[in-house]
Ligand binder design. Structure first.
Ligand SMILES: Cc1ncc(COP(=O)(O)O)c(C=O)c1O
Length: 389
């Protein structure tokens, strides 16, 4: 049997590998504390689950869903965008439900990229932007994100011939893994660069609802001109503790939304309707659960920052997202440092290098771990004498 060349180009998906190591450790009796994947430990709020239970008994929901979802769900998404960001969207042409943002992000590459085309991809980044590009036979041109540039791309460093050839650019703020945020001016700069070079701008806003100390992250759709050049990917996963239910959306430029619909209509059959109903419940219900989550993550954030600082690591206090991005001591690779944390302390973190070469020198800690586990992990970190590299 012969498999495709693209399959051979895939590195193991970081969290599949981490899950395997955790399972192995646990089987050997270790008390593992994981700051690995960003997967909320807090349950989906009751009213959302109640809606799923009742929707599951509704027989029309037992049949194939439409690729573009229930009209009421698209309207709920548009209403949520209006309420949260004051962004007006046409639910029938500017909104497309997704089976989680990851699905849409992966499929989006097929809308824009042919073999040999260029996609501008940040590094470090959520791996799916680059993998989708590779699946479409296109090339990733790396936009390094550096601490010196506040983890934003330096557009002036992109050669004009690359910018002119590029078809799409991916951005993601609040950012995974660095936790960086983008200001209105940052988005304006990205939009004007993309307009100048006729590039489609794909913004991933999966963490827009996790902002600390009252900070409300922006939607790129709030910025004038956004709809002319781009779409935004969003997700119910992190906002409503719904990673397990697979629900998200793309919104914005109608032509781009239509293109993504065409690709999806040929590859998937939409979100189960009962899940669409629970998603409507999440988006339209009272939003107190969102702040409840933020308060929990903020307390964990402060505890983890204290522990890392006591260890002597350099770490910025994130304004948003579920992650702490910490600089590791010189002499270690991020993979080595993560391996030492696991071997010496039974603590799982993600090496920065999993997100690209510019993630080297950092580790990422996710705050989606129950409080008592966070405390246990922090005590272990504080008591750890970092060995020589
Ligand atoms: C930046 C980013 N985008 C998208 C996703 C995927 O979201 P979903 O669960 O909606 O597929 C993640 C998940 O971790 C993410 O970190």
């Amino acid at each position: 049997m012969e498999f495709s060349k693209r399959l051979g180009k895939l590195a193991p998906y970081p969290f599949v590998e981490i899950s395997r190591i955790i399972a192995e450790k646990k089987a050997a009796g270790a008390d593992v504390v994981t700051f690995g994947i960003g997967d909320p430990d807090i349950p989906t709020p009751d009213p959302i689950i109640e809606r799923l239970l009742s929707a599951s008994k509704h027989e029309p929901n037992h049949r194939y869903p439409e690729t573009d979802g229930l009209p009421e769900f698209r309207k709920a998404i548009a209403d949520w965008y209006k309420g949260r960001f004051d962004v007006q969207l046409n639910p029938d042409t500017e909104v497309l439900p997704l089976i989680g943002a990851k699905e849409g992000i992966g499929h989006a590459a097929f809308c824009f990229l042919d073999p040999g085309d260029i996609a501008l991809i940040p590094d470090p980044a959520y791996p799916v932007y680059g993998v989708g590009t590779m699946f479409a036979g296109a090339e990733s041109y790396t936009m390094p994100l550096t601490e010196a540039n506040n983890w934003l791309p330096d557009y002036s460093a992109i050669p004009t011939n690359v910018a002119d050839k590029a078809k799409i650019m991916w951005l993601n703020y609040p950012n995974n893994p660095t936790s960086a945020i983008a200001t209105e001016d940052d988005f304006k700069e990205a939009i004007s660069f993309c307009k100048k070079h006729n590039i489609a701008l794909l913004h991933d806003a999966a963490y827009s609802e996790v902002g600390y100390e009252g900070y409300k992250p922006l939607s790129f759709m709030e910025i004038p001109g956004a709809k002319e050049v781009g779409i935004e990917f969003h997700s119910l996963s992190k906002t409503y503790n719904m990673t397990g239910w697979r629900s998200g959306m793309a919104v914005g430029n109608a032509e781009m939304i239509k293109a993504l619909f065409q690709i999806k209509a040929n590859l998937d059959s939409g979100i189960p309707q009962a899940v669409q109903e629970m998603s409507m419940q999440a988006l339209l219900d009272d939003q107190t659960c969102v702040q409840t989550n933020i308060d929990i993550y903020q307390a964990r954030r402060d505890r983890v920052i204290t522990a890392l600082t006591r260890m002597g690591l350099e770490v910025a206090v994130p304004k948003a997202s579920l992650y702490i991005w910490a600089h590791i001591p010189d002499g270690f690779t991020s993979a080595d440092f993560a391996a030492r944390l696991l071997a010496d302390n039974d603590i799982v973190v993600t090496p920065g290098s999993s997100y690209g070469e510019y993630g080297e020198g950092y580790i990422r800690l996710s705050l989606t771990t129950p409080d008592e586990q966070v405390e246990k992990g922090c005590i272990r970190l504080e008591n750890w004498k970092i060995p020589a590299p």
